[in-house]
Design a protein around this ligand. Structure first.
Ligand code: FES
Length: 103
């Protein structure tokens, strides 16, 4: 993860799940890489000023918490992770709050 710069994101496959790794304000976060709206890949979106914007329809998420900014009431699924010697280990976890169904 030393290669990830602040404001950058990458995705990779973990079994059959796309995992999004991003770095904001020096903090690493790991989320499900699929947008809760209509399942577009979030790595194709934009990460700017701590806001992750989905490329498909413009939904915005707080990159540090995963909660949606616009529209409100949704959240990304967050993954526990550890960084050891530059290697990130990701473990799926139960979301801290249930994401509302996209409409
Ligand atoms: S799929 Fe992400 S905003 Fe619609």
């Amino acid at each position: 993860m030393d290669s990830l710069w602040d404001g950058e994101m990458e995705s990779f496959d973990l079994d059959d799940t796309e995992v999004l790794i991003l770095k904001v304000s020096g903090a690493i976060r790991a989320y499900d890489g699929i947008c809760p709206h209509q399942s577009f890949s979030l790595v194709e979106g934009q990460l700017e000023d701590g806001v992750l914007t989905c490329r498909a329809h413009g939904w915005e998420f707080d990159a540090l918490t995963g909660t949606s900014i616009n529209p409100r009431g949704n959240a990304l699924t967050r993954y526990d992770h550890q960084i050891e010697e530059g290697i990130i280990r990701v473990r799926p976890c139960i979301p801290t709050r249930s994401a509302a169904k996209a409409r």
